[in-house]
Design a protein around this ligand. Structure first.
Ligand code: ATP
Length: 362
């Protein structure tokens, strides 16, 4: 899926702007979220993710723009009347209430009959995998279990849209990886659209159907994780999503011409060439082939020397100091290959990639 507007979005955001005094936190955001979609807002600290989420929940007053949910004006409703629920980083559980009471609190307050509340609570306890723990207090649960209670509480009112602000940030690494899968499974099972805020790109890529990459109050690109990785619209997205090698120069029909005249193979328009570490072939240079101009006509070869190799189980990362063209950050070129290293520290190497494997972007 690409940036094309959805046919019948559940959530439709147009021209949304918000400020805190002189700080413009959102600058005309347009977004569509589909029914039953797992949607992530991803961006660096301060880019406006939380402001956007809080505007949807009704905790922030946008200065401009429209938001509709299922065709109805969402901004016209006070927070407590919106068919939207928000799960916070801190979970906000009642410490003195049992798991069951924590989960049943919302439906009870909404005036549901006791039997109905009990039935719903039992159902969501099953959904989130907390069977047998209904009588415990939050302090008697692990971090992952508390997180499930918070989730159960957020879905028990059957909102049309669930907003999650950095939902997994309080969990340690292992639990977090497990909960990412769990959250995705749960989202598909309950069929509620999820909008998740995160600054962790791995988390966004592994969970979401589509991701909006934000910077400085603006949405730069909305696409599936694969599309963002393969076809970033600009340098910012390319560097924010996954690891990349970026070169600066002038676009030519078959690549990017860099300072010194070398042509690096790639396709697209703009001033930056992005090539992913796994798309670069590396091989040791035969002694007789040394001495030619770096990045010459031989298919856009870069030459260099291996600084370091790092084997990490299934794959190897290799840092190469290039002769001639260097990356924009002045960093070594990063190459990854499956399996064990085929070159070693100090080796003189050649790097090649095909034009189709590299994108030239703005
Ligand atoms: N209450 C506030 N008063 C003044 N400025 C604020 C306030 N809340 C947020 N901002 C500013 O608005 C901008 C957007 O903030 P926001 O919290 O939406 O970013 P974020 O992407 O969620 O960041 P983080 O990942 O750090 O939570 C930032 O420049 C921030 O400093």
């Amino acid at each position: 899926m690409t940036d094309a507007p959805l046919q019948t979005p559940l959530l439709k955001i147009r021209g949304l702007s918000a400020s805190y005094g002189a700080v413009r936190a959102l600058r005309g955001v347009d977004l569509d979220v589909a029914d039953n979609e797992f949607f992530a807002l991803l961006g660096p600290s301060g880019c406006g993710k939380s402001t956007l989420l809080r505007s949807l929940a009704g905790f922030e007053d946008p200065s401009d723009g429209t938001v509709t949910l299922g065709g109805a004006d969402l901004l016209a409703l006070p927070a407590h009347k919106r068919p939207v629920n928000m799960m916070f980083q801190s979970y906000a559980l009642f410490p003195h209430l049992s798991v069951e009471k924590n989960i049943g609190y919302g439906p009870s307050r909404a005036g549901l009959a006791k039997s109905e509340v009990a039935a719903r609570v039992a159902e969501v306890i099953r959904t989130v995998g907390l069977e047998g723990l209904g009588g415990r207090r939050p302090s008697q649960l692990s971090g992952g279990q508390r997180q499930r209670v918070a989730l159960a509480r957020a879905i028990v009112n059957q909102p049309r849209l669930l907003l999650l602000d950095e939902p997994l940030s309080a969990l340690d690494r292992n639990v977090r990886a497990q909960m990412q899968l769990e959250l995705k499974r749960l989202q598909h099972e309950v069929g509620i659209a999820f909008v998740v805020v995160t600054h962790d790109q791995e988390e966004a890529l592994s969970m979401a159907d589509r991701v909006a990459v934000m910077n400085d109050g603006e949405v730069l690109q909305v696409a599936s994780p694969e599309e963002l990785y393969r076809n970033p619209v600009n340098r910012f997205v390319a560097e924010f999503i996954g690891r990349s090698n970026v070169f600066e120069g002038t676009a030519r029909p078959d690549g990017l011409e860099v300072a010194g005249g070398a042509l690096l193979p790639g396709r697209g328009h703009g001033s930056y060439l992005v090539v992913r570490p796994e798309d670069i072939d590396i091989r040791e240079r035969a002694a007789e082939s040394s001495g030619g101009p770096a990045g010459g006509s031989a298919g856009g070869v870069l030459r260099g020397q291996v600084l370091e190799t790092q084997f990490s189980g299934g794959s190897t990362a290799i840092a190469v100091a290039t002769q001639g063209p260097t990356t924009v950050a002045g960093q070594p070129v990063l190459v990854t290959q499956p399996g064990f290293p085929t070159v070693h520290r100090g080796a003189e190497v050649e790097l090649t990639w095909s034009a189709d494997a590299a994108r030239i972007v703005a």
